[in-house]
Ligand binder design. Structure first.
Ligand code: BTN
Length: 270
């Protein structure tokens, strides 16, 4: 690996093997949040495929209003701008597509057993390696743009105590430092490939099998937390719409939509 481990635009561009994802790459040494910036430039007309990368985020955003920490020089914080011609209800599936792409990239590049905690956390040995936050803007009930933000813990050597039981990094899992530019490029390669397959059918029918193979919740007991009520059941896998099929204790089957819900393992994080 070259030192320092740079992820400046040219460094990433020279490794990209995509046809349109990353057609423009914009790099920041420091930014509040790549998602926030991507939304701003998408409003101003940024093209589909534009990729925003930052070496450090000062106000990174996680799901459900939580904060996401991107320490300088050791993580990946990137956001991709998309303009899909999809009904808004189908946009949440794009997040599953990115989760699959990141898990696949980590398996291929480093040989680690990266899996997916539905809908889109990438998890290794029971701990979270990567989080994804998708945000959408609509105009007249149609999708105007989608920004898909991915945060990967790469060369992070330790985590604050509050999250040390549930967070991990590539360094901790592999035992060596890895080059972030290569990781970004390979994630984008798989994302482009999977996303195009998704667009052809406008559902996950062509990706379901691969996704379910990496789905760590599969055949495990989960607790589904929906606004206002919660229940437990056994997760069976996703359907073509990306919903998690959960068989409840009374034998009934529910398809859980990846919106306002969160799914936890009954015996731990997964
Ligand atoms: C989660 O809570 O699991 C989602 C975390 C998403 C973090 C990424 S880092 C790049 C992009 N910019 C942000 O502010 N958030 C996302």
């Amino acid at each position: 690996m070259g030192y320092p481990d740079t992820i400046a635009a040219e460094e990433v561009k020279s490794r990209l093997e995509t046809s349109w994802v990353g057609n423009q790459v914009k790099y920041f040494e420091e930014i509040t949040s790549t998602n926030q910036y991507a939304k701003k430039i998408a409003e101003e007309g940024a093209p589909e495929g534009m990729l925003i990368i930052a070496d450090e985020q000062t106000r990174g955003k996680g799901r459900s209003g939580r904060a996401w920490t991107t320490p300088r020089g050791t993580a990946v914080a990137m956001t991709l701008v998309l303009r899909p011609k999809l009904p808004p209800a189908k946009v949440s599936m794009v997040t599953l597509v990115m989760g699959l792409a990141v898990a696949k990239a980590c398996r291929v590049l480093y040989g680690i057993p990266a899996g997916i905690k539905w809908p889109n956390d990438v998890v290794v040995n029971g701990k979270k390696l990567c989080g994804i936050l998708t945000e959408m803007s609509m105009e007249m009930a149609a999708v105007n743009y989608v920004v898909i933000g991915t945060g990967i813990n790469v060369n992070v050597s330790s985590f604050p105590q509050e999250i040390s039981k549930t967070a991990t990094s590539l360094l901790l899992e592999c035992g060596y430092e890895t080059a972030r530019a290569k990781l970004i490029a390979v994630c984008m390669k798989y994302f482009e490939e999977y996303y195009e397959r998704f667009l052809r059918t406008q559902d996950l029918s062509a990706l379901m099998e691969e996704y379910n193979e990496l789905l760590l919740n599969r055949e495990r007991k989960v607790r589904v937390l929906e606004p206002g009520h919660e229940y437990t059941g056994t997760a069976m896998g996703i359907n073509r719409d990306g919903e998690l099929l959960v068989v409840r204790e009374d034998g009934s089957q529910t398809a859980v939509y990846a919106g306002e819900v969160s799914v936890r393992g009954v015996y731990g994080y997964v």
